[in-house]
Ligand binder design. Structure first.
Ligand code: FAD
Length: 483
């Protein structure tokens, strides 16, 4: 196989044939592949720059073998073999991660969780659903809806992401301001550790029985073990969903309106602030939003609650100088909320494009927004940078920046891409923000982890070493700033 690879640190595996035979003994002949087409298919995730590389005929990182285990015992045996032979293992959900976390940069064994696709239990009195980690988001929600429930986790990648991927990346959905993020929904997990032990956490509404060590797996990006099952909180289906939209003269006025709403403990399910650039792109036909900042709200729950919440939202928006834009922006949001056509259109036109989500406290919000826009705009070759804010807390906000441009003065696409990212990370840290809100670290942010965490990074590495002494789990990511 003569493939041009971006990541050159692929391990050499002695006796690959012997490894493949052991894996077939564990999961069965049909659930192991070393076919070139399969290896190439698992060489990337949805990190946007990988699309550019594929057009150039380059493979990001090539695994040696793909497995599709069907039970925890099989995963445990795979990890025992990998641990004994010090072979990298990359858990794989649906490959929709956008930070390169599922790219097998050192090669090794991919453990695809697709066969872990069942709902194990729906418990009405506890309001919980227990689900295997490979289950697809949309399938889970569809099955729950038929029973009269929802979990309220709707990432834009809903149709192409799994429960395990959500947990591994601490994902956040579009309705997060009401229902919370994935870490607010998970009550228990079952995990196979890198050394093969299977651990289960106990179910309770809350307990004071020591540190909740299992929370470590939330955000661990496949580097601490493989999550096989989780119990999530669910809710009865809401009786009403309704929205409204207001436009503001400045980003500051729009942030202030939202801050004042949350301060009253009113949590609209969806809040989206589009800066002026994004407002003109998405709402060019809304006259009242011209040269303004659009904010879309959606409230969900019982009819009485929704009516009450909307009255508070309207009052706060008017008080903050907002102009009522009616319901059409809300309908537009519902119609287009899963569309990502722009990103796939840019790559063949040589444009390098990416999105960067960060968060900060309210005190820092204006500084962070303007700081990132300015720093990224100053990068040579950047043609556009804009933002929306889509997840909110009584304490602060998540900004989601998009930037695009073309490499100049002989830069490679990766150099240009990294310069854009570095500008955004630097401005975020300078404004006191967190370097990721929900996409995670993966490959793209690992070099910024020391600045983000200071001494805590060393503690995280020590914990990782205890769990994974031979560093087999998803090496080169998250805590491994050298890649
Ligand atoms: C168009 C688009 C829109 C998106 N919108 C959102 C959004 O609204 N909100 C959001 O939060 N994210 C969003 N994302 C990012 C992505 O969908 C999430 O990060 C998602 O959680 C990844 O899930 P996955 O199953 O595809 O994981 P993968 O990409 O397969 O894997 C991601 C990481 O998790 C690890 N992993 C996967 N399964 C397991 C497991 N069972 N145990 C341990 N580790 C595991 C992998 O090793 C890897 O490190 C979007 C992505 C795209 C392409």
């Amino acid at each position: 196989m003569d493939l041009d690879m971006i990541y050159k640190n692929r391990v050499e595996i002695d006796d690959l044939e012997g490894l493949v035979t052991s894996l077939k003994d564990i999961v069965g002949e049909n659930w192991v592949s070393t076919e070139e087409a399969d290896l190439v298919a698992y060489s990337k995730d949805a990190q946007l720059i990988t699309g550019r590389w594929l057009i150039e005929g380059k493979i990001p990182g090539l695994p040696h073998v793909i497995t599709w285990p069907g039970s925890e015992e099989e995963i445990s045996s795979i990890l025992e073999v990998a641990n004994m032979r010090e072979i990298p293992v990359v858990p794989f959900g649906e490959g929709s991660g956008v930070v390169g976390a599922a790219i097998p940069v050192r090669g090794g064994i991919v453990v695809d969780m697709k066969r872990f696709n069942k709902i194990m239990d729906i418990n009405d009195s506890n309001l919980t659903v227990t689900v295997q980690s490979g289950m697809n988001g949309k399938e889970l929600e569809r099955a729950l809806e038929q029973e009269g429930y929802l979990i309220g986790h709707v990432p834009q990648s809903f149709h192409t992401s799994s429960v395990g991927g959500w947990i591994a990346h601490r994902a956040a959905g579009q309705f997060s301001t009401k229902y919370g993020k994935i870490e607010d929904m998970v009550t228990t997990m079952r995990v196979v550790l890198p050394t093969g032990e299977i651990i289960d956490t106990k179910e309770y509404p809350r307990a004071a029985d020591g540190p909740q060590i299992e929370r470590l797996f939330l955000g661990s990006e496949g580097t601490f073990g493989i999550v096989t099952q989780a119990t999530l909180r669910m809710w009865p289906l809401p009786g009403k969903t309704a929205g409204t939209a207001f436009a503001f003269d400045t980003i500051e006025a729009s942030l202030e309106a939202v801050r004042l709403i949350l301060r009253q403990q009113v949590y609209p399910a969806v809040v989206r602030i589009y800066d002026k650039t994004e407002t003109s792109r998405h709402f060019y036909d809304v006259k009242r939003a011209k040269k303004r900042v659009m904010v879309v709200f959606v409230c969900e729950g019982t009819e009485r609650l929704v009516n009450f919440e909307l009255s508070i939202v309207r009052e706060a928006c008017r008080n903050a100088g907002g102009v009522d834009c009616g319901n059409s922006p809300v309908e537009h949001w519902f119609d287009t909320r899963f569309q990502v056509t722009e990103t796939s259109k840019f790559t063949p036109k040589d444009l390098i494009f990416d999105t960067i989500e960060v968060s900060c406290m309210w005190d820092d919000a204006s500084r962070l927004y303007h700081g990132v826009i300015e720093e990224v705009s100053n990068v040579k070759g950047v043609a556009m940078v804009s933002a929306h804010a889509s997840h909110f807390y009584p304490q602060g906000v998540c900004f989601y920046f998009s930037f695009g441009g073309v490499p100049v003065s002989g830069e490679t696409p990766l150099e240009f891409y990294n310069t854009g990212w570095d500008a955004a990370m630097k401005a975020t840290l300078e404004a006191g923000g967190a370097i990721s809100h929900h996409h995670g670290i993966g490959l793209v942010r690992a070099r910024w982890m020391a600045d983000e965490h200071g001494d805590m990074l060393d503690m995280m590495k020590r914990i990782k070493h205890v769990l994974d002494p031979r560093d087999i789990m998803n090496p080169g990511k998250l805590l491994d700033e050298d890649g």
